[in-house]
Write a protein that binds this ligand. Structure first.
Ligand code: ADP
Ligand code: MG
Length: 396
């Protein structure tokens, strides 16, 4: 997919121009403070690029699910303050989007604005043309740098493109598309894919797209039990995704030699803290659930991560939120850092996976590419068309 990007524009396209930038500032807040600023930091290269070129930057984002109403706890005001601190210049917050025109008209080059939460307005999610036009009126051109919402056709991610040209990809979107295209279409070999998480059904499309490209696919987490069940193994009360069984059987038939499943398991009667844990090989007894991959499986998975051209990881190997059920996930995260240091291209993504990566003490800079998208990343890898990217496509 060829995108029009920020870097295709000339200095004259940007100097003194108002640039509406859709960013993904859907960040966790706690007591009116930004709790994790990964997504804000991820937007800085694009903002710095625009400011260096003398543009006037108007930022738009959603935060949480306020359902078209003003919800004070979901205001982007704390994000404006945090951004100002990170970028070292004032950020003018526009608390009411419809009445921002005057302030933005009077702006000077290198002024920086952040609009209030777009989802305070019902027109955002319904992609209402009037709301899209209002947003479009704040820019002379549009930059989409919100990869995490690229799978939504909302006013600020999609609708604006009908009223504002040119539309180009920001540096973050460009980077996401470059790495995710590489691991989906032409990974450097050997290629190992590691998938986990709760449900197979969330990842059918990803398996479908990546199994043909991968040399090996290691499956752990809640997903693994549906595969083991399909092989006729006893899985006790472990997660089972009944609806996906037929897909899983087909994957095992076609790609059985590439699919690597857990050989031992950490099991518990209940999924809760302080629950006694046991380790079993092969079969899981009735009354027990698999909550993590076992030590033999960890050793095997970790050794298969070595010596690859590319490793992609999505989905925790166990219930990593609970101490004692997190070993498999933490070891995979740390190994990912180690193989990155030896020259393997490593890519990871998914809300829970990235949380687990950080919980293991691994930073984004220690991995080749940490995707900022959850659903958008999975849809992109599955080969679906994403509305927020469609509007940025180079004419064929
Ligand atoms: P991501 O957000 O990275 O795409 P998912 O949402 O697919 O990941 O999966 C994460 C969830 O999967 C976590 O909440 C984790 O507790 C759960 N999970 C992983 N392994 C198991 C398991 N064996 N049993 C139940 N839940 C599991
Ligand atoms: Mg998740």
């Amino acid at each position: 997919m060829r995108l029009r990007t920020l870097r295709n524009l000339n200095a004259a396209d940007l100097e003194g121009k108002r640039v509406l930038v859709r960013v993904d500032y859907n960040v966790p807040l706690e007591d009116g403070q930004v709790k994790d600023d990964t997504r804000i930091r991820a937007s800085l290269p694009t903002l710095q690029f625009l400011l260096d070129k003398g543009a006037i930057v108007v930022l738009a984002s959603h935060l949480g699910r306020p359902k078209g109403k003003v919800v004070p706890e979901l205001s982007l005001k704390p994000v404006a303050d945090h951004l100002s601190m990170l970028i070292g210049r004032p950020v003018t917050f526009i608390p009411d989007i419809p009445s921002g025109a005057e302030q933005i008209q009077q702006a000077k080059p290198r002024d920086l604005f952040l609009l209030e939460n777009t989802r305070f307005y019902p027109g955002e999610r319904s992609n209402d043309p009037e709301f899209a036009k209002l947003l479009a009126s704040y820019g002379d051109l549009f930059v989409n740098d919100a990869f995490g919402t690229a799978h939504r056709a909302h006013a600020s991610t999609y609708g604006v493109a009908s009223y504002l040209q040119p539309c180009v990809a920001g540096l973050l979107v460009e980077r996401e598309v470059r790495y995710l295209t590489e691991i989906r279409d032409h990974p450097k070999k050997p290629y190992t894919v590691i998938l986990g998480g709760a449900k197979v059904s969330d990842k059918i499309g990803v398996l479908e797209a990546l199994l043909p490209k991968a040399d090996r696919c290691l499956i752990g987490g809640g997903m693994a039990y549906t595969f083991l069940k399909a092989q006729g193994k006893a899985i006790g009360d472990s997660l089972l995704d009944e609806e996906s069984i037929s897909h899983v059987e087909r994957f095992l038939q076609t790609f059985g030699d590439r699919i690597v499943l857990p050989e031992d398991h950490v099991i518990a009667k209940e999924v809760r803290p302080q629950e006694p844990l046991e380790i079993v090989e092969e079969e899981i007894p009735e009354g027990y659930r698999g909550v993590d991959i076992g030590p033999k499986t960890i050793a095997k998975f970790v050794s298969l991560m070595e010596g690859n051209g590319t490793v992609f990881w999505n989905g925790p190997m166990g219930v990593f939120e609970i101490p004692g059920m997190d070993q498999g996930t933490l070891e995979i995260a740390r190994k990912l850092r180690q193989v990155t240091q030896s020259g393997t291209i490593t890519v990871t993504g998914g809300g829970d996976t990235v949380r687990a990566l950080h919980a293991a003490g691994v930073s984004d800079e220690e991995i080749t590419h940490v995707s900022t998208g959850g659903g958008a990343t999975l849809e992109f890898l599955a080969g679906k068309s994403l509305p927020g990217l469609e509007i940025l496509k180079e004419e064929e």
